[in-house]
Design a protein around this ligand. Sequence first.
Ligand code: UD1
Length: 371
Amino acid sequence: MAESILITGGAGFIGRYVSRALLDRGDHVRVLDSFIEQVHADRGADGLDSEVEVVRGDVRDPDAVRRALKGVDKVVHLAAEVGVGQSMYAIDRYVSVNDHGTAVLFQQLIDQPVKRVVVASSMSVYGEGLYRDADGNLVEDAVRRPRSGPDAPWDPLDSKGRPLVPVPTPEWKRPSLASVYAIGKFVQERLTLTVSPTYGMEGVALRLWNVYGAGQALSNPYTGVLAIFAARLQNGQPPMIFEDGQQRRDFVHVEDAARAFVLALDRPQAAGGVYNIGSGVDRTVQEVAADLATAMGRTGIQPEIAGKTRAGDIRHNIPDITKAREELGYAAQHLDFTADLAELAEWVARQQARDRVSQARNELELRGLVA
Ligand code: UD1
């Protein structure tokens, strides 16, 4: 049966794909979005499906949220500031939008409850992913210490100084909140799972890995690494790789992420659940830089390896997606990374990406947040 779904932050990168997926099956979609400049400089509301009902407003504005919730069956909560690096200096803004914004949403949900709220959480709540030490023991609380010198290893070490090896992280791993952004995502997740059942609603949290695809905000220098690299290459500039480029992530195509949201809205057994959402394949940042340069025909531009860490960054984090598979019926369908990067490159070639990356890096360096 068709439902009425509110997507907060629905004009953003992921929101547009979730909207499309829901419209395609006949749902009514309303979007609450404030169209902030850092994200929407290139297109504003352009390209939003014409059937989407748009409420312009900030998630922190109770009146806007009240209007947006009228007659809604379910909510997808995506409105958030998304830069891990930026969160370490724009602290009040990140806490305000991500933490307080979610509080305002739930305050309004008390008066206008819905059946289910699905929140976009993040793998960043884990901090470092799960590791295994040289003796085969799982290590949940890896942290990386400041490096002692230029030759010191980048990977977290065990108590005997041996490098730990990353393994897929399951949902039961204890959170370790390494950035203001991660703190906010955990708050959003916990508010959703704690408040929803109190008022007869169901809460679900998706811990997303690195989502990529056409439509990512290219001129936002605090967006995901693939969009940043694409904007740099498009402007003939070398991508800047933090650390040594061997840090591992899982890049999940935005259509797969959108499908996960639809499953999380639908599946009865998802109520109260937390799910990792990734592709199931991990890659190093250096590999993806090289693959993207190839896809964009810019192999002549060598990335610059910074040899420095961005404050708040973690070393390795790769997902165990077994629970999403078993309980949501989720499986990534985009598994041909080369083809998906080619599609991304083709889209990027049609865009005007303002390169604000150097400026963003200056902001971080000025504050001693790259070291
Ligand atoms: C990203 C998202 C976060 C999301 C999480 C899970 C951003 C900014 N962060 O965090 O919102 O919740 O995935 O989906 O979108 N890097 C470079 N050069 C750059 C930029 C980044 O080498 O110019 C490196 C980083 O140091 C890091 C890796 O690339 O090691 C990934 O960075 P990023 O794309 O910012 O993602 P996460 O921090 O993994």
